[in-house]
Design a protein around this ligand. Sequence first.
Ligand code: SF4
Ligand code: SF4
Length: 97
Amino acid sequence: MNRRAFFSTIVGKGGRGAGGEGQVAVIDHRLCLAWDGGDCQLCFIQCPLQETAIQLEDFKPVINAIACDGCGLCRLACATVNDPGAIRMTTAVTSDQ
Ligand code: SF4
Ligand code: SF4
């Protein structure tokens, strides 16, 4: 089973990773393997909006909160390689808040 099939299994038919509408992913750099100099890009690889919602800068993941749809797949991916996970979901801030 490849990685994409594996994550499809754990997120279920809805295709969302325990995120939700109006949410956005946030990376805690202190907990991230890549930001600590390690070799991990799993959140980037699993993001359906790769290169839009999440990008790599010098091999380190950076979330674009404007483009992130809050699906949560990156958070689930991170939790498989990192404990505690470096990604959490938070409420997106909109311009009318
Ligand atoms: S929550 Fe979804 S869209 Fe946003 S960065 Fe993570 S995987 Fe990408
Ligand atoms: S999956 Fe987690 S540890 Fe790996 S690069 Fe992404 S945020 Fe960092």
